[in-house]
Design a protein around this ligand. Structure first.
Ligand code: AHG
Ligand code: MN
Ligand code: MN
Length: 328
């Protein structure tokens, strides 16, 4: 079986980018070890603190963020970092050529129940036109990502990654500490009968989203004329991994719960990396108005609606929204 390093080399990924990827992977292996140890490693439970987004931080959010930050700050090709758990940009090496954005621990509500959690990451080239420690460094469209991936801490530890040449999956061989290629050139099925959405928010959705999900639920008796199943992991990494593996549509639409914050998922370190992985596997990834990767970011922690997965099903969903565009 090929290991991650040999695959990156055979794809002719630049040596300094490989160094950045390996650093993220080394941090994630350390996180994986602590996740496996669970209560024995003292990593469960909440802290007394909130992050800039008003979310209570879990111990593992803080530990994972610190591990990634410490290793990446010591990695010479890294110019700056952005993290869900950091208020603003973290300056690294002024001479570095790469930017790394990450969600150190995705699916925080699953930590204490031994459920699926993960780390999501995204790498860009640093801009010469902007100081290396400026937030403006990260105002790049998702199409500019040179690498995106996630590490899923499930029954096995999996890495899904793309550097532009398809989306691949590697499984951590914990006896060797190496990620081995277990799924090459992943292709998401075009059609699906499975959807993922937090149904408890349905009363806050707009009418078009109600109509779309309502038609899925009607199954073979409704206009879609086939029966749909529903799955919800409460961790984007878990849901996106299922979509990559067997198709499906994942939705976190805008809603009316909070007028100041109509969407939940963050563009920089959740939507964009997942969108690149999905598109490079033949799927589609849209906000309600446009392709996620084409969004021009304006703020570090900006949030967007997310609709991604099997191409034909995403098209079907967008058809409902375009029929009655809404102004969220
Ligand atoms: P995080 O734990 O990094 O804050 O992200 C959680 C996100 C995402 O992973 C998941 O899809 C979604 O929040 C779950 O939201 P609900 O609480 O509505 O289920
Ligand atoms: Mn997250
Ligand atoms: Mn998180």
């Amino acid at each position: 079986m090929k290991n991650l390093l040999s695959v990156l080399r055979s794809d002719e990924v630049a040596a300094d980018l490989i160094q950045v990827i390996e650093t993220v992977i080394n941090a994630s292996k350390e996180i994986a070890f602590r996740v496996r140890q669970g209560a024995l490693a003292g990593v469960l439970g909440s802290t007394q603190d909130e992050n800039i987004q008003g979310e209570t931080q879990k111990q593992l959010d803080v530990i994972s963020n610190q591990l990634l930050k410490d290793l990446l700050l010591a990695c010479a090709p890294v110019a700056a970092l952005a993290s869900e758990e950091e208020d603003s940009v973290v300056a690294a090496n002024p001479e570095g050529q790469y930017l790394v954005a990450f969600d150190p621990l995705d699916g925080s509500s699953n930590i204490d129940i031994n459920g699926q959690i993960g780390t999501i990451f995204s790498i860009y080239r640093a801009l010469d036109s902007v100081p290396h420690n400026s937030e403006l460094q990260f105002n790049q469209q998702g199409t500019q990502q040179v690498c995106a991936g996630y590490v899923l801490y499930g029954p096995s530890t999996l890495l899904a990654i793309t550097t532009g040449k398809g989306t691949r999956c590697f499984t951590l061989d914990s006896t060797q500490g190496t990620f081995l290629l277990t799924a090459d050139n992943i292709q998401i099925t075009k059609d699906t009968q499975e959807f993922a959405i937090n149904m408890s928010n349905s009363r806050f959705w707009n009418d078009d989203m109600h109509c779309y999900i309502g038609d899925l639920i009607l199954g073979e008796t409704g206009p879609r004329q086939k029966r749909y199943n529903m799955r919800w992991n409460a961790a984007m990494v878990g849901d996106v991994h299922r979509v990559l593996t067997r198709g499906g549509i994942f939705l976190y639409p805008s809603d009316k719960r909070n007028a100041k914050q109509p969407a939940k998922l963050r563009l920089l370190y959740e939507a964009n990396p997942m969108a690149l992985l999905i598109e490079n596997a033949g799927g589609k990834a849209f906000s309600e108005q446009q392709r996620i990767l084409a969004i021009q970011p304006k703020q570090l922690h900006e949030r967007v609606a997310v609709i991604l997965g099997s191409a034909n099903e995403v098209d079907e969903c967008l058809g409902y929204l375009q029929a009655h565009p809404t102004a969220y």
